[in-house]
Design a binder for this molecule. Structure first.
Ligand code: NDP
Ligand code: BG6
Length: 497
């Protein structure tokens, strides 16, 4: 794919579905952060478009509580945000939108007319709206880009169908498919961390690694989103996309070049070497009421007999020289005991006869909250004691990068899209390769062939989880406690040892 131009001026952003949840909570606040950092194109105008009848003022009032910054800063940003009411199925409505866009472009001189369409819409209207945009709102005198949100289908066939329908309208080059996890700082960091450190890249293989876990935990349930969620379940919501992207970055070979296409080629290659998930390699669960919190099926929008998983642990096996024999365990759950996303590379046990009972090394990349990388390592207990204690070589970002700004995921991605950089967006063949791995097990789950284990709201997940991960070799550390390498804490621990 050729390098695309960076949109630095003469640009309009159009957010379709501007009355919705994503627009309010993510799209507009992220654009405002870019605005505050002077990263938006010069003289940009943003049009919010949706069916809901609202005045401009009402639209601004709706966005305002979610925007960052002071009230003056918000006022400055909202001046460039206009709201237009229109339907998703009439040419005339989209032609009305085009007139508004053109009026702004003409004010700007009208030389170049670049348009970025952001679809903050449910997937059932994607294709219809993109067809209308192409027919009625496409700029013939500038660059057009369209941003699409997940879900990209529900299985391999529906994904292929959706992508084919979109491709008849918009080219791959014009299309930016968002998986917002690719905008997270620590996920973007995986490539640098793996390939710029020979010690790390050398250690990433079945010679030294025993197993890898990629974990997503949320401390809240699907309250309010049950209707959407019940159609998809946790594997389609989190694992086939967000965690699978992390898996690709952890498992792929070094890209030939660090370009968008070469990175995405490397991801597709490793996906093609990954076996289809077997039903034996899956543990699924659904949360029930506990600790004063409702169960999944207590939500009125969820059918009372739903067997949709809200938790799933599943294992990917890569059939190549580097990773043969190393299970990648993906775990995701709603309504768990805490909120966090991390990658845990557990190395093999020490080989020395003398230290063979010591804890294993673990390299942890904490994606959120509180970005960090730490390596659990064994050291001699200081002083007269010759025993070993597990501690961490710790890079906590907030301690090390005290003055650095870490952009929010959507902020990074909107910026990349304006710059025309596809590297952190999902290519069509990545989707096909990933759906191929997940589709059979999803169909088995949909057909009720995999038992759904209950777990209590606020717990670690189903009781069977410990046994499940132990089956793939994971060993819990026996003697380790997290400390922020605080010397006092370390001393206290050492005195206990
Ligand atoms: P919403 O349900 O809030 O829908 C957005 C807007 O689309 C609504 O305000 C409504 O606008 C319009 N709309 C809703 N249902 C229909 C329908 N059946 N037919 C036509 N228009 C409809 O969705 P979200 O904002 O939550 O999500 C938008 C997209 O982003 C989805 O693809 C979602 O999967 C994805 N996403 C959302 C995240 C989130 O945090 N919310 C996170 C990650 C991805 P109006 O009626 O005014 O036109
Ligand atoms: C979305 C899922 O894609 O990601 C949600 O649909 C989930 O169910 C969200 O809550 C998590 O995103 P983040 O950035 O808060 O980890």
């Amino acid at each position: 794919m050729p390098h695309l131009p960076s949109l630095e001026k003469d640009t309009t952003i159009i957010v379709l579905g501007a009355s919705g949840d994503l627009a309010k909570k993510k799209t507009f606040p992220s654009m405002m952060r870019l605005f505050l950092r002077n990263c938006l194109p010069k003289d940009l105008q943003i049009f919010g478009y949706a069916r809901s009848k609202m005045t401009q003022e009402e639209f601004h009032e709706r966005l305002s509580p979610f925007l960052p910054g002071t009230s003056e800063e918000k006022e400055g940003f909202l001046k460039i945000c206009k709201y237009i009411v229109g339907s998703y199925d009439e040419d005339a409505a989209f032609q009305g939108l085009t007139k508004e866009i053109e009026a702004h472009e003409t004010k700007n001189g009208g030389e170049d007319r670049n348009r970025l369409f952001y679809m903050a819409l449910p997937p059932n209207v994607f294709t219809k709206v993109s067809a209308h945009l192409k027919k009625n709102c496409y700029s013939t005198n500038g660059t057009n880009r369209i941003v699409v949100e997940k879900p990209f289908g529900k299985d391999l066939d529906s994904c292929k169908e959706m992508i084919a329908a979109m491709k008849e309208i918009w080219t791959e080059q014009e299309t930016f498919r968002i998986d917002h996890y690719l905008g997270k700082e620590m996920i973007k960091n995986i490539i640098n961390f793996r390939f710029s450190n020979p010690t790390i890249s050398e250690s990433m293989s079945n010679k030294t690694v025993d197993n890898v876990q990629i974990t997503f935990k949320e401390p809240f349930g699907t309250e309010g989103r049950g209707g959407y969620f019940d159609e998809f379940g946790i594997i389609r919501d989190i694992e086939q996309n967000h965690l699978c992207q992390v898996f690709c970055l952890m498992a792929m070979e070094e890209p030939k070049h660090f370009t968008a296409e070469a990175i995405r080629d490397a991801k597709v290659n490793v996906l093609k070497q990954t076996k289809t998930i077997s039903t034996d390699d899956v543990l699924i669960g659904q949360y029930s009421a506990a600790n004063g919190k409702p169960g999944y099926k207590d939500d009125d929008t969820v059918p009372k007999d739903s067997v949709t998983p809200t938790f799933a642990a599943l294992v990917l096996h890569v059939d190549n020289e580097r990773w043969k024999g190393v299970p990648f365990i993906l775990k995701a759950g709603k309504a768990l005991d805490e909120g966090k996303v991390d990658v845990r590379v557990q190395y093999k046990s020490p080989t020395s006869e003398h230290f063979k009972d010591d804890d294993r090394n673990e390299l942890v990349i904490r994606i959120q909250p509180k970005e960090a990388i730490y390596l659990k390592s064994n050291v001699k207990i200081p002083g007269q004691n010759n025993g070993t204690v597990p501690v961490e070589l710790d890079l906590t970002y907030s301690n090390r990068f005290t003055n650095d700004y870490i952009p929010e995921a959507y902020e990074s991605l909107i910026y990349d899209c304006l710059r025309g950089d596809h590297a952190n967006f999902v290519r069509d063949d990545e989707l096909f390769a990933s759906w191929s791995i997940f589709t059979p097990v999803l169909h088995a789950i949909d057909a009720g062939k995999v038992p759904v284990k209950p777990y209590a709201y606020g717990s670690h997940g189903p009781a069977e989880l410990e046994e499940f991960i132990a089956k793939y070799g994971y060993k819990r550390m026996s003697n380790y406690e997290w400390s922020k390498t605080n010397v006092g804490e370390l001393e206290k621990r050492l005195h206990r040892a």
